[in-house]
Design a protein around this ligand. Structure first.
Ligand code: PEP
Ligand code: MG
Length: 588
C-alpha cells in the first residue's frame, strides 16, 4: 500500500529461472559502475565550502576503508586486508589532493567533477605504464575515486559487502567472483538483466541454493532499491508489488514444493540404484569448501567436481601450496570414504583472478584458459598439483584436468604431475601412489579422440556445459542464442555415446559433471547411454536420486534406441520428457 492507502500496481518481468525457489523481500539494486559526476559552476565565495566538502569526503572515505579493512581482517585474515593499505595511501596522497585544490581554484566548478578528472588522469597514466605494480595502483585509484565521489554526492557506496540486511539482489550482471562473495544468509535471491543457465554465476546460485532469475532485460534499470518484490526462480519471474492474489498463489506453490522436498529429504540415506539394480554413482559439485554442509544433507556419494578456481577468485594473492593443501585436505577428510574429484585450475572463460592480470581476449572461452594456462604457468600449476597429491594421503582423492583438447596436453600435464610425485617422494612427504587421474571431456576433439585419451588416464568426466557450447558453437553466456543451446542435439548425444564407448572399451569409468547431470528430464537418456556417475549441484542430488530409483535400465536403453533414430533436438527432448513424466511425473 502507498502512504495514501492506494494499492501499488503489480508489475511482472520475465526472465529465465536458473536456480529454483521463491524469494520475497526488498530489492537492493547493485550498480557498481556509476556514471561520471555532472559538472556545475560555482562562485568564488563558494570555494571554501567546496574545499570543506572535499575534506569531509576524504575523511569519510578513510573511515570506510578502515572499517572494511577491519571486517576483512576478522573474516578472512590480515593478509587479505593488506590490500586496503594501498587504498588508504590514495586518500592521503598530497600530490593528488593539491592538484585538486589548484584546479578547483582555477576552474571554479563542483569539487566532485574536479576530483574525478584529476584522479581519472592519474589512474590512466599509471595504467598505461608497463609495470604490473603501477597498473595495480591505477585500479586502487579507480576504486577509491568511486568511493570519494559517492561520499561527495551524499550517496552511500553500494557494494556487495555493504549488504547488512536481507535483500533480493538485482544487477545488470554479476560475475562469478561477485557471486562467490554473496552472503547466503542475507541475499535471499538474485536477478540479472543478462546471463544464462550454464554461466558460472547461475551454477553458483544453485550451489548456494538461492533462487535466481537471469535475462530480465532492463529489470535493473526499472527497479529501485527498496522496491518490494517476489522472485520466482522456478518460472523465471520477477514480480514487483505482488498483489494479495499473487502472494496467495505463491504461498500455495511453496506448500506443494515443500511437500515434494520433504519427501526427497527422506532419500538421503538410500542408494542411487535403478529398479533393476544398477548402481549409478551420484555425487555433488562444489565450488568452495563451505558448500560441504549441503553435500552431506543431499545424500551425495562424495564430490564429482570440485571447481578449485573459486578458491582463487577473490584473493589478492595467489594461494600458496599450504593454503591449498589445507582446503583440499578438509574436503578429502570430510567426504571420506567417498571420493572427491579435484579439478585443477580452470581460470579464464568467465572466471578471472584480478591479481593475475590475464590479458583481455576477444574469445576468452576459446582462449588462454584452464589447462592451457596451467601448462604455461607451471609456477602456479605445480603448487596445486603438490597440494592435491598431499591431500590424497588423507582421503580418497582423484584429480582431473579441465579443457583437454588432445593427447599432448594430457601427457604434458601427467609429466608435471609425475615430477611432483618424484619431488614429494624425495622429500618423504606421503601421498597416494594410486591416486586416479582423469580428463574432462568438454571439447569435441576430446570426445572424438576419447579412445586415444583413454590410454593416458583412469577415468573421464564429461563437462557438458562446455561440450555443448563448443559443439554447437553457441556461447554458453549469451542469452540471445540461448535457444540454440540444446543438450539433446543429436550431435551431443553422439559425442557422449562415443566417449562412454571409448571409456568402457578401455575399462575406464565415465561420469557427467556438467549441468545435464542434474536435469531429471535427461536422466533416462544418460542412463541409457551408460554413464557410471552423475555429478550435480548438491541441491539437485535428491531429485536425481529419486529419478534413478524410479527407472529401469531396459526402459532407458529402449529410449536410447528410439532417440538414435530421431533427427531433432526438440523431438528428442519431448520424448525424454514423456519417459521422465511416466516414471516420476510428480517431480516435473
Ligand atoms: C562443464 O563444462 O560442463 C563443466 C563441468 O565445467 P565448468 O562448468 O566449470 O566449465
Ligand atoms: Mg567446463
Amino acid at each position: 500500500m502507498s502512504e495514501a492507502g492506494s494499492v501499488l500496481e503489480e508489475r511482472r518481468f520475465g526472465g529465465v529461472g536458473v536456480s529454483p525457489g521463491i524469494a520475497r523481500g526488498t530489492v537492493f539494486v547493485y550498480r557498481p559502475d556509476e556514471e561520471e559526476p555532472p559538472m556545475r559552476l560555482v562562485q568564488e565565495a563558494d570555494l571554501p565550502g567546496e574545499i570543506a566538502r572535499f575534506e569531509n569526503a576524504l575523511i569519510a572515505t578513510r573511515q570506510q576503508i578502515l572499517a572494511m579493512q577491519q571486517r576483512i581482517a576478522e573474516s578472512i585474515g590480515a593478509k587479505d586486508a593488506g590490500i586496503f593499505d594501498a587504498h588508504l595511501l590514495v586518500v592521503e596522497d598530497r600530490t593528488l589532493i593539491d592538484e585538486v585544490l589548484r584546479n578547483l581554484a582555477r576552474d571554479k566548478c563542483n569539487v566532485e567533477h574536479v576530483f574525478a578528472n584529476v584522479a581519472g588522469r592519474y589512474a590512466k597514466t599509471l595504467s598505461e605504464i608497463d609495470d604490473p605494480y603501477l597498473r595495480e595502483r591505477a585500479l586502487d585509484i579507480y576504486d577509491v575515486t568511486r568511493r570519494v565521489i559517492h561520499n561527495l554526492l551524499g550517496k552511500e557506496r553500494r557494494d556487495l559487502a555493504s549488504i547488512t540486511v536481507p535483500v533480493i539482489l538485482l544487477a545488470h550482471n554479476l560475475t562469478p567472483s561477485d557471486t562467490a562473495q554473496l552472503n547466503r544468509e542475507l541475499v535471499l535471491g538474485f536477478g540479472t538483466d543478462i546471463g544464462s543457465k550454464t554461466s558460472h554465476t547461475a551454477i553458483m546460485a544453485r550451489s548456494l541454493n538461492i533462487p535466481a532469475v537471469v535475462g530480465l532485460h532492463d529489470g535493473s534499470t526499472q527497479l529501485a532499491t527498496g522496491d518490494h518484490i517476489l522472485l520466482d526462480g522456478y518460472n523465471g519471474l520477477l514480480i514487483v508489488n505482488p498483489s494479495d492474489q499473487t502472494l496467495w498463489e505463491y504461498g500455495e506453490l511453496e506448500i506443494k514444493k515443500g511437500a515434494v522436498e520433504e519427501k526427497l529429504t527422506q532419500l538421503r540415506e538410500t542408494e542411487s540404484r535403478t529398479i533393476d539394480g544398477r548402481h549409478v554413482i551420484l555425487s555433488a559439485n562444489i565450488e568452495l569448501p563451505q558448500d560441504l554442509d549441503q553435500v552431506f544433507q543431499s545424500g551425495a556419494e562424495g564430490i564429482g567436481l570440485y571447481r578449485t578456481e573459486f578458491f582463487y577468485l577473490n584473493k589478492t594473492e595467489l594461494p600458496n601450496e599450504e593454503e591449498q593443501y589445507a582446503a583440499y585436505r578438509k574436503v578429502a577428510e570430510s567426504v571420506r570414504p567417498h571420493s572427491v574429484i579435484i579439478r585443477t585450475l580452470d581460470l579464464g572463460g568467465d572466471k578471472f583472478m584480478t591479481a593475475l592480470h590475464m590479458p583481455a581476449e576477444s574469445n576468452p572461452f576459446l582462449g588462454w584458459r584452464a589447462i592451457r594456462f596451467c601448462l604455461e604457468r607451471i609456477d602456479i600449476f605445480k603448487p596445486q598439483l603438490r597440494a592435491i597429491l598431499r591431500a590424497s594421503a588423507v582421503g580418497n582423492v582423484r584429480i582431473m584436468y579441465p579443457m583437454i583438447s588432445g593427447v599432448e596436453e594430457l601427457r604434458r600435464a601427467n609429466a608435471i604431475l609425475e615430477e611432483c610425485r618424484a619431488e614429494l617422494r624425495a622429500e618423504g612427504v606421503p601421498f597416494d601412489e594410486k591416486m586416479e587421474v582423469g580428463a574432462m571431456i568438454e571439447i569435441p576433439s576430446a570426445a572424438l579422440a576419447a579412445d586415444i585419451l583413454a590410454r593416458e588416464v583412469n577415468f573421464f568426466s564429461i563437462g557438458t556445459n562446455d561440450l555443448i557450447q563448443y559443439s554447437i558453437a553457441v556461447d554458453r553466456l549469451n542469452e540471445h542464442i540461448a535457444h540454440l543451446y540444446e543438450p539433446t542435439h543429436p550431435a551431443i548425444i553422439r559425442l557422449i555415446r562415443m566417449t562412454v564407448q571409448a571409456a568402457h572399451a578401455h575399462n575406464l569409468w565415465v561420469g557427467i559433471c556438467g549441468e545435464m547431470a542434474g536435469d531429471i528430464v535427461l536422466t533416462p537418456l544418460l542412463l541409457g547411454l551408460g554413464v557410471d556417475e552423475l555429478s550435480t549441484g548438491a541441491a539437485l542430488v535428491p531429485r536425481v536420486k529419486r529419478a534413478v530409483q524410479a527407472l529401469d535400465i531396459a526402459a532407458c536403453l529402449e529410449l536410447l534406441e528410439e532417440v538414435k533414430g530421431m533427427d531433432s533436438a526438440a523431438a528428442i527432448l519431448a520424448r525424454c520428457e514423456e519417459v521422465a513424466r511416466a516414471h516420476y511425473g510428480e517431480l516435473l
